[in-house]
Design a protein around this ligand. Sequence first.
Ligand code: 0X9
Ligand code: ZN
Length: 835
Amino acid sequence: MKLILAILILLFCVNLPSAEPNPQRMVVRIDNPTMALVERFTNQGADIASHRPGEYLDLVVSNDGFLALYREFPNIYITQTEAQLKTNLAGSHRDIPGYRNYQQLQAELFQLQTQYPNLVQVVSIGQSVGHGYAAQNLTNYQSFQHQLWAVKCSNNVQETEDEPAFYIVGEHHAREPISTEVSMAILINLLEGYGTNPSSTDILNTAEIWFVPLLNPDGHKIVIDQTDVWWRKNIRDNNNNFSFDFDIYGGGDDGVDLNRNYAFEWGYMSSTDDIYYPTYHGPSGFSEPETTALRNLLLSRRFLAGISYHTYGEMVLYPFGYVFDIYSPDNFEQNALAVEMAALIPKQNGGTYDPMPAWQLYPASGTSEDWIYAETGAFGFTVEMATQFIPPAAQIPQIVQNNVNGAMKLFQRKNKKMLKGNITDTLTGAPLQATVHISGIDDHPLYRVPIKSDALFGSYYYLLPAGEYLARYMRPGYLTEERYVSISELGVTTENVSLTPSEAYQLSILIRGDFFEPLAGAALVFENLDLPTYISDADGRISIPAFFPGQYHLSVSKAGYETLHIMRNIASPDIGLRLTSIPILQETFETGISAWQRTGAWNRSTAEAYGGNYSLADSPSGSYQNDQNTYCKLINPLNLHNILNANLQFWAKTAIALDGDFVALQYSLDNQNWFVLDYFNGTSPWTLYSYDLNSFIGSNLYIRFNLRTNSSTTANGIFIDDFKLFTNADVTSVEDEFSSIDLKIASFPNPFKNRAHIRLSMEKPLTEPIEIAIYNMRGQKIRSIYQGTPSKNKILIEWDGKDSHGTKSGTGIYFVLAKSGSKTLSSSKIVMIKH
Ligand code: 0X9
Ligand code: ZN
């Protein structure tokens, strides 16, 4: 007995935990971890407590886990014991009560509603998973009848006002209860400041803030009741035994990690399909009532941005986070906002929070920030508060107050660097839901839903970096409006737009190939619209009987040809599009691989080929190695100058372990900074991949494949074949509506009553005669108003609204077309309102 005691004391001296009969868990720290090490643990499904790149990696481990780790990393040390966690969780300090439980939270929310009836509205957005089991009369779940409470906070809270919204979410993860505390503190700060603090008053008068302080009430109960203070997931009954199963060693057969359950890039990195692990992603995206409830709330109105709070690490994370080196279309402004917020939040031991893209913490799939951003357009931030999961009560007010300041900064973002306005129907004045397309952002190759105006109010909000932009307002059935907008550092730019309904007409599209030969079987898709896919007939024609003129985002593809991916203003009855089948660069790997610079095992391979005998492979014979970070790069950049369409295509076959290994397709503009365009993992047969590179037109684009593997499973890898770049400087056929002569038409006033002034401006005086004529919506010419060769580069013409017979035309939409022979040089629409 004495000997055992002595050993125990000795163990404690070297910082080893005691071998208690009832095993306990703890947080251990590895200092200065490499990213490869972090990857190893994320991919093993290890219970990662926190990570600061290059500084530390904290893991939740059992006694056994500690010993195993200690053998490999003798310098690890315990930063938190279970006893400390329990003390912190239950503790209070003077008048600081510590952590709220569900009942306290619920009572307080309703008390706030009573106290501030004009500012607070409590609504249930769903029920917890345990509530569902309780409703099935399962006895073990009767104490889990939790509502998912949301709080709307705004002036005139009972009314649905035309205001932008922000959200605050607490506690995806059960063991992170300060995330609920901070949510409550932000709510209370706004309420108490209303009417006295100018910032709180402004925010509640002109915006709606939605709070979901406790997204995971069942898990919260597991932690607060100390059933398992390390619990992270919800309590889904994965093994269908009708009772909650946790495991003293850190996992538990039950529960889904709610922050892996969102259905965007669901189920790949730092996420597992093994129910036992703390990062189990659930049976499918949005399988859980908790994530589903938040999804429905976030889709119900236009949220500009929001924060999901977690512990710990003292970081402000922004999307994307699903794979290394990925930067979102709104990366510039998301970073700027994260920098601003982080600078306001002091760390506990000096300095301020660190802003970074979420993947820099570690790539994770199916997280809230990625789905929220990609599928709603809101800037979804994740804030990792504090330096431990459950800080002691005495520290709560300070940590929380610091974070309140960060959140207030986020809400104030609505007062600057924003484009907003109302979109209405020109004729009826009714609000319209329309897409707002900003060039330079909405043509980014990575996916994010288009920003739309609100169906009820027609209002739209678009956060942007300061600068000049071309904004397009599009809705099928209406003519597209274009505006040049200027976004200033300090203010909001208001651009109200009225869209004019257009009449449908018969559109004929002729699709041709390299030698103007008609192309049958080409597929035409109108992006982001609920329209069928059109296929060209034997004459290369697609005929759409009722087509509304306007600006469209369309793609045209045919096997063996480039894919056109272009914005096009379609307003004339006949348009032509031309696809090339002749790549300007083609790599079949049949004759060699000298165009590529390679590291690691990348080489051509005969193990697999899509065509011929060779393909490109990360591991030409057999499986790839563990712990690889190798690449294969096209030595010469792709020349994307003086073209109208750029499209990269290749075939690939993959067998890549789904535990975090991947091959990324990356691009760079400087041959130094690389960004992910796509990534591959899992198993797939030979598949054609196609990428729109139009947002890089005008530059030289470097391309490479990057293999990243961890220290667990290996597999066969990737095979790539028939790598082709198509560029096309002439996407339209000869008779298409626009020529290269730079001629602009502007009509004013528009709409007009008696007389319209039509101004033509040209880059330089023309050499050939042109005709300016007025056409009706059916495409019929009703009046020719100018014929000749303008000798100046600006001319002004008048139209009195009459047709060629001298009859006044009716109220409606007309087109002013400038033609040279049969070629349309430019067009403009004009609306006449007859009195
Ligand atoms: O892993 C998580 O869900 C969050 N960290 S925590 O320690 N609170 O569990 C961070 C998610 C942030 N997103 C990415 N890392 N992609
Ligand atoms: Zn968390």
